[in-house]
Design a protein around this ligand. Structure first.
Ligand SMILES: *Cc1c(COP(=O)(O)O)cnc(C)c1O
Ligand SMILES: [Zn+2]
Length: 416
């Protein structure tokens, strides 16, 4: 049972029923899902949540109505890991990693797709589609296969081979567009007009899609023992995840499910695609689009739809936004793997490198708790590390060769 009441314009507050609609008739503003939190108070409890499934659907009361049955491939309820070793290296008292590499298709996108396709099925759609930087396409193709739907996923043609393979394997139609994500997105807005019966997860189903990200905030609170962290570092592409994580913390606080106050949210971007970080640091009112050029392809959105809302949140609560070069992204993928045993894709490198940058400039308080969102698995962006992460030595199968190599790598001393 969902406490969602319908849709609400984020600009002018006009309300609409919970249908397939994504912009306001009156002001063309984006819509979001609204809830009756008054009615939910006392009904959505710690106990009722604990009784739910080990997926995002344990929070189904605070998600859009999935109809008869949610499309649940097992997204969410991923580990929140205490990262003592990495915390010590970075000079932090209490660091946690929200390990979203552990989702069904290896990225946080499974959360938003599970919600989008549940709503799509309730609304009578039968075909799944999306505009994607890679991970969304994979997740849409997988969830469509899971419910026996055809899928049409649209991506930049020059994406990482591993991401294309991970999408194509699910058997849907994958269109590679000669252009960047912003070109793909423009094309999909045109396609929605031609094919209004296709559920584009992040276009005509966007209000529902976006709600899935709130579950990151819900899980973090529950896994910390029903308290809020002090600070959270979130990677930013369109900015949807960032704004909905904020919404999730506020809903839990409003319902009295957690102790504490809303955490300060910090953004993370690659310098090669940092329109939000740039606007934030320039004190600009608007986000100026940028042509992306970074190895962090999953975050390469030059014209972020939620950019203005991210700026508002950053400025209202004393946040900050990192902007990190590709070399540091690669370095921090290694740092995270070597200190904590977690292999992240390039977006995870962006998060850790941004965290380090914001500690260094004093905007993140090292004495307060920090949660870093690790949003995708390293196997998705193997291309980024195959040149540097290689065998230590190549040897013949002889004991003498092995011993020589081990001496070279200082695993045994020459005397032994
Ligand atoms: C899509 C994505 C994000 C964030 O996306 P938003 O558009 O800002 O919600 C973060 N990390 C990974 C790995 C992603 O695929
Ligand atoms: Zn409006």
């Amino acid at each position: 049972m969902s406490f969602a009441t319908g849709l609400l314009c984020r600009e002018c507050g006009t309300t609409y029923p919970g249908e397939a609609r994504y912009s306001c008739d009156i002001c063309f503003g984006p819509l979001e899902v609204a809830y009756d939190l008054e009615a939910a108070r006392g009904k959505v409890t710690r106990a009722s949540i604990k009784d739910g499934p080990s997926s995002i659907w344990r929070y189904g009361a605070l998600l859009p109505d999935p109809g008869d049955e949610a499309v649940d491939l097992g997204a969410g309820w991923t580990p929140l890991r205490r990262a003592s070793r990495l915390g010590e290296i970075l000079g932090l008292k209490e660091l946690w990693l929200k390990d979203d590499t552990r989702n069904p298709t290896g990225s946080f996108k499974d959360r938003v797709v599970s919600v989008a396709l549940s709503s799509a099925r309730r609304l009578g759609f039968t075909t799944a589609a999306c505009a994607s930087t890679g991970n969304l396409a994979t997740s849409v193709a997988a969830h469509a296969a899971f419910i026996g739907w055809p899928s049409v996923t649209i991506i930049p043609a020059d994406l990482e081979k591993s991401k294309i393979a991970m999408t194509a394997i699910f058997g849907g139609t994958v269109l590679g567009v000669k252009g960047n994500y912003d070109d793909v997105n423009r094309l999909c807005v045109e396609l929605v007009a031609e094919h209004p019966d296709w559920a584009f997860a992040n276009v005509n189903l966007r209000p529902y899609y976006a709600e899935g990200s709130k579950t990151l905030a819900f899980e973090i609170c529950e896994q910390l023992g029903w308290r809020t962290p002090d600070q959270v570092v979130v990677p930013i592409a369109s900015g949807s995840q960032f704004t909905k994580i904020a919404k999730g913390f506020h809903q839990f606080l409003d319902l009295g499910l957690v102790e504490g106050c809303a955490p300060v949210l910090f953004g993370a971007q690659a310098t090669g695609c940092s329109p939000v970080a740039t606007a934030f640091h320039d004190g600009a009112e608007v986000v100026t689009p940028q042509r992306p050029n970074t190895i962090a392809r999953s975050l390469a959105i030059g014209n972020p739809a939620d950019g203005p809302y991210v700026l508002d949140e950053l400025r209202a609560n004393g946040g900050d936004c990192g902007s990190v070069p590709d070399e540091e992204i690669l370095e921090c993928i290694g740092l995270l793997a070597q200190s904590e045993g977690v292999f992240a894709e390039t977006a995870g490198g962006v998060t850790i490198a941004s965290l380090r940058q914001m500690i260094q400039r004093g905007t993140i308080d090292p004495n307060k708790s920090v949660v870093a969102i690790i949003s995708g698995h390293g196997l998705k962006t193997l291309d980024a590390v195959v040149e540097t992460a290689t065998v230590s030595s190549t040897i013949s199968p002889s004991l003498a060769d092995a011993e020589e190599a081990l001496r070279f790598h200082q695993l045994v001393t020459s005397a032994s």
